[in-house]
Design a protein around this ligand. Sequence first.
Ligand SMILES: *[C@@H]1O[C@H](CO)[C@@H](O)[C@H](O)[C@H]1NC(C)=O
Ligand SMILES: *[C@@H]1O[C@H](CO)[C@@H](O)[C@H](O)[C@H]1NC(C)=O
Length: 287
Amino acid sequence: MEALLWSLLLLLLQAAKGYSGNDVATEEVVAVFQESISLPLEIPADEEVEDIIWSSYGRLATVVLGKETQLATVMVANPRYEGRVSFLDTSNSLHISNLSWEDSGPYQAQVNLRTSQISTMQHYNLRVYRRLSEPRVTVNFEIAQEDGCNISLTCSVEKAGLDVTYSWISWEDGMDTVHESSALSTSWRPGDNAVSYTCRASNPVSSITSRLIPAGLFCADLGFPLKKATYFCLLAKGLLLLLLIVILAAGLWLIRAQKRCQMPRMRKLKRNRLWLKKKEKPRPSLA
Ligand SMILES: *[C@@H]1O[C@H](CO)[C@@H](O)[C@H](O)[C@H]1NC(C)=O
Ligand SMILES: *[C@@H]1O[C@H](CO)[C@@H](O)[C@H](O)[C@H]1NC(C)=O
C-alpha cells in the first residue's frame, strides 16, 4: 500500500515538473527584471563533463569545464549576454545577471560527457517579471434615496505586465472573505457592520496588498451624492478651515468684549476719586 502511494506521488511530481515520458523535460523558471537567475544543470555524479553548449534562439555560450581544480571557461557567443553570464562550478549552473525582457524564452543546455561520449539535453523556459508596486484603489460610490450607498472598488497596479491576478479581501468581525477579481461591488446601509477591504495583487515573483479601505466611511453622514473619495477629502479640509476661522473670530470677540466691560468701571473709579478730592478741599477753609 505504502509503495503504491509513493509511486503515485512520484508520478504526480513528474507530471508537475512537465515530464512527457522521455528525458525531454522543460523546467519553468521565473525571474525578476534587472535581477539575476541561475539555470541549474543535473550532471550524473560518476560522469566527467567535456563541455556544455547553452543556447536560446541560437548559440548563447560554450562552457568548457576545467580538469580537477581548474575553473570552467565561458565563451559567450551572443553579444547581448556579454558580461552578464558566468558558470558556477559549485552548483553546475549558468548565472545570468541584469535580466531584460528580451531574455525571456526557451533555453537549452547540451551537456557533452567525456567518459561515455554521449550528450544530454536540458530545457528551460525563462519568464521575466517586474516586482509589483503597491496597488492603487479607486472608490466610486452612489448614495441611494434610502440612506444606503452602492460602492464599487477597483484595484490596479502601474506597469503590471503579464500574469497579474487581483483579489479583494474583506474583513468583517475578524473573518476574511476573498473575491478573485480586480473590481468589487458592494453596498452599505447605516447600521451595517464596518467592513474594511484590501486589494492584493500577485504575479509569479511578488505579492503586495493595498492599504485598508473602510468602505462605510465613504457613505456615512453624507446627505448628498458625491462621486469620488477626493471630494470627500476636500470637504473635510474645508470644514476644518471653517471651524478654525469660527474659533479665531470667537476668540477676538471675547477679548474685545472683556475690554469693553473693564472700561466703564475704570471711569467710575476716577470720577469717585475726583469727587472725594472736591469734598476734601473746602474742609480747611471752614475750620
Ligand atoms: C542593466 O542593463 C541595462 C540595459 O539593459 C543597463 O542600462 C544597465 O546599466 C545595466 N545595469 C547593470 C547594473 O549592469
Ligand atoms: C444599488 O444597487 C442596487 C442593486 O444592487 C440597485 O437596485 C440600486 O438602484 C443601486 N442604487 C444606486 C443609488 O445606484
